[in-house]
Design a protein around this ligand. Structure first.
Ligand SMILES: O=C(O)CCC(=O)C(=O)O
Ligand SMILES: [Fe+2]
Length: 337
């Protein structure tokens, strides 16, 4: 299999509360908000379209993140990890790894066919359309491999909200969510100190975060209320782009492997430089929904949700079509109209 499916040349160069409160109940345990089974009349249930339970919705809305246990079953986790290893091997051959073998590559979903299943994964996808609606795609994705640090890392203040100018260009507080990132945990991140993402629950509604004062060793104390997300292999977590979060150094002996997919509105531009060969066999093998999630659109107006000819919402947009067929469009939620 080629290590690059569809990539612009050398675009990755130089690229460089309690957690328990933030867990999703199992899909079957919570109270469904709408039709429970995500099935159109006469059709088998499809878990990708099962509405999320009210508790998961509330937790994500309040805390700004949600941990989903066993998002990937073991065969799926193995497939995804193997794909990460293939990309890592290819980057190594190209001389693009960090000194300890660290890797951060963008355009992840274009790097290996195996990542296609993450786009509309039944365990996570309902949370994406459930919070963002149907006019979405993955404008940014990355693979991170973080071997144990060679030496104690230099102290750095790495707390941020995602989105760059999205946090500067708009004069309002809070700013809009705009995107949700899903992080798939492939390695054992069940103990602190293994490079788990640090988050500040509830901070997504605040435009600013006070920097803490470095101690005598230069290390910035964690802001009060910080949670280090620990997770088992196969777990995933999603977070609101506005949630204040930070990397943390991997001070363990376990190499951290993660894949991140960022879902946003189709009227927001690409964050990664990718080029798609729409005539190639890989692209043609994808479902219409996955092509939408990889940025496809029939015409410019489609990215704004309508067709020029009709002037109204485009029922041909695959995710809208899937939800409509199942009676899951919902006038009471503006993004699901
Ligand atoms: O690697 C991490 O733990 C977090 C990286 C990050 O800031 C992000 O993916 O937005
Ligand atoms: Fe980030």
């Amino acid at each position: 299999m080629p290590d690059t499916l569809n990539q612009a040349p050398s675009h990755t160069d130089g690229q460089a509360p309690s957690q328990a409160l933030s867990q999703a109940p199992r899909q079957t345990a919570g109270q469904p908000e709408g039709q429970p089974e995500g099935a159109a009349p006469g059709q088998a249930p499809d878990a990708r379209f099962a509405p999320i339970d009210a508790e998961s919705r509330r937790t994500f809305t309040e805390q700004g993140y949600l941990l989903i246990r066993n998002a990937l079953d073991e065969p799926a986790r193995t497939r995804i990890e193997a794909a990460v290893d293939r990309v890592h091997d290819a980057e190594g051959r190209a001389g693009r790894l960090g000194p300890n073998g660290a890797m951060h590559v963008l355009g992840a979903v274009f790097r290996d066919e195996a990542f296609g299943e993450l786009l509309d994964l039944p365990t996570t996808f309902p949370h994406l359309w459930g919070h963002l609606g149907w006019n979405i795609y993955v404008h940014h994705s990355h693979i991170d491999v973080n071997p144990p640090a060679l030496e104690p890392p230099a102290p750095v203040w790495a707390w941020h909200q995602d989105g760059y100018r999205q946090n500067a260009d708009l004069d309002m507080e809070p700013r809009p969510m705009f995107s949700i990132k899903v992080a798939y945990v492939l390695s054992d991140l069940s103990e602190e100190g293994r490079g788990g993402t640090l988050v500040l629950p509830g901070s997504q509604y605040s435009n600013t975060l006070d920097r803490t004062e470095p101690g005598p060793d230069g290390v910035y104390p964690r802001p009060p209320g910080t949670v280090e997300i620990t997770a088992n292999p196969g777990d995933a977590f999603l977070f609101d782009r506005r949630l204040w979060h930070s990397r943390s150094p991997n001070q363990s002996t376990v190499t951290r492997k993660m894949v991140f997919l960022c879902y946003t509105y189709r009227w927001i531009r690409w964050r990664d430089d990718v080029a798609v060969d729409r005539r190639g066999p890989w692209w043609r093998s994808l479902s219409p929904l996955r092509r939408q999630l990889l940025g496809d659109g029939d015409e410019a107006a489609s990215h704004f949700g309508f067709t020029l000819e009709s002037g109204v919402w485009d029922d041909g947009i695959p995710l809208r079509a899937e939800l409509k067929r199942r009676g899951l469009l919902d006038r009471s939620r503006h993004y699901l109209r």
